[in-house]
Design a protein around this ligand. Structure first.
Ligand code: HEM
Length: 418
């Protein structure tokens, strides 16, 4: 089969090429793809099977995030690489382990639960508006506010600054989408503005941690005491980059999962009916099944892939991978692997077990916001199932122009209340 150009963000306007991935999993599970000259990269190995993605995800000694970063595109200069390497998603242990240790106290289950009420409020408020108007863009009106408002509140970003922070986050994470970023090119200057903003936020928190709700105070207080008695804390610079990557990492992934779920309700109204019955049987406080949340993340796979760089020459599925080669782990493909998931293209709300890799395959970079994401997705789906009798399309959905994140840019619906 001819190779698809998976670096081309336009390819994904018509959806994720799941048939192509299925072919690769069967015939060429570690497949070399040349890169078009303008990307500056030589090409990459695409790893498509679930077991290989999981194994590579955990084997950070062989598959490094730090060497060249975790984005598909190669850094265009040493300065850009150096900037990327300051962000912990582009680090390997021990640097990465240090950051994870310092930020983990802010993501404990207890901390996450404190934002459950806010997630319910966002769901109620946005679904109210959709039902009042009877129509709207589910992605813009419900899914994106859910993806943004919870992390924004966690970091204590003042409400007056939400609009600009959301705009920056979308411009950075979805820079290839011309509607959000007309040039379609990376915008380092926007990153700088956002980092400066976050640095000032943390300087204020550090001056008076008790006055700041959310996890920002946890982060400025977090410390590691070394065996020699020295104390290690994150600098304001490190904290600023952490906020940025976390907000950027959280908004789109949650929003895309939710819009994909609603697209399943549009295509299969009986699925929504089945969930109506489940919630009725469970009583007024019943929530959507946790299995539905996991399945939506598997089925949508909003984080399609991450890049690694091989550190040593080695063989994988008969292919000779050389030190320095780019290796792309396809979470989208692994999540549809028929060796692991029966009827993988079908969204099954009761799928169990569900060893999906939507949040990563369990290595050091496993999504730090997974519990936050699960809570947000569950709150919105519960509200939708409680309140909406059926959805219909109200125009053509628009898919995102992006090669690393999958989902809708617009999902216009008519929604009928129950
Ligand atoms: C359904 C929602 C989400 C999905 C599907 C998702 C997916 C992922 C994936 C695939 C990774 C990389 C894993 C790896 O390389 O092994 C990741 C990492 C990350 N995610 Fe999420 N994510 C979601 C929600 C969130 C939320 C809500 C936040 C923040 C509140 C967040 C923050 C992060 C961060 C900071 C990382 C980097 C972790 C590290 O490098 O150690 N994510 N996520």
């Amino acid at each position: 089969m001819d190779r698809l150009d998976l670096m081309d963000p336009d390819l994904f306007r018509s959806g994720v090429p799941y048939d192509y991935f299925a072919w690769l999993r069967r015939h060429d599970p570690v497949a070399w793809h040349d890169e078009p000259a303008e990307t500056g990269g030589r090409g990459y190995w695409l790893v498509t099977r679930h077991d290989d993605v999981v194994a590579a995800n955990r084997d950070w000694q062989t598959y490094s995030n730090a060497l060249r970063g975790s984005s598909l595109e190669d850094p265009r200069s040493d300065e850009e690489l150096a900037f990327r390497q300051r962000i912990f998603v582009n680090q390997d242990p021990d640097d990465h382990t240090r950051t994870r240790r310092l930020v983990s106290p802010a993501f404990t289950p207890g901390r996450v639960r404190q934002f459950a009420g806010l997630a319910r409020d966002v769901a109620r408020r946005t679904v109210d508006r959709l039902l009042d108007e009877g129509r709207g863009d589910f992605h813009d009106g419900c899914a994106t506010p859910m993806g943004f408002e919870v992390p924004a509140a966690m970091f204590g970003i003042p409400a007056d600054d939400h609009d600009r922070m959301l705009e920056w986050s979308l411009m950075i994470s979805l820079a290839q989408e011309p509607e959000l970023n007309p040039s379609g090119k990376p915008r380092p200057e926007i990153q700088m503005v956002a980092v400066d903003y976050a640095r000032e936020l943390f300087a204020r928190v550090r001056r008076d941690p008790d006055a700041h709700p959310g996890i920002a105070a946890d982060l400025v207080r977090s410390e590691i005491v070394r065996p020699d008695g020295t104390v290690d804390r994150m600098t304001d610079d490190e904290l600023a980059l952490f906020v940025l990557v976390t907000v950027v990492g959280g908004v789109g992934t949650v929003a895309h999962t939710l819009s994909e779920a609603v697209s399943a309700f549009v295509e299969r109204p009986q699925l929504l009916d089945e969930l109506h019955r489940v919630l009725e049987l469970g009583g007024p406080d019943a929530e959507c099944p946790a299995t539905l949340v996991e399945e939506c993340v598997r089925w949508a796979s909003p984080a399609m892939n991450f890049r690694r760089t091989a550190t040593v020459d080695h063989e994988l599925r008969g292919q000779q991978i050389k030190a320095g080669d780019k290796v792309v782990l396809s979470f989208s493909s692994a999540n549809r692997d028929e060796r692991v998931f029966a009827d993988p293209d079908r969204l099954d709300p009761w799928r169990s077990p569900n060893d999906h890799v939507g949040f990563g395959g369990g290595g050091p970079h496993f999504c730090i916001g997974a519990q936050v994401g699960r809570m947000e997705v569950r709150s919105m789906l519960t509200e939708v199932v409680r309140r909406v009798a059926r959805f219909e399309l109200d125009g053509d959905p628009v898919r995102l122009r992006a090669n690393q994140f999958a989902g809708f840019l617009h999902y216009p619906v008519r929604a009928v209340a129950r």
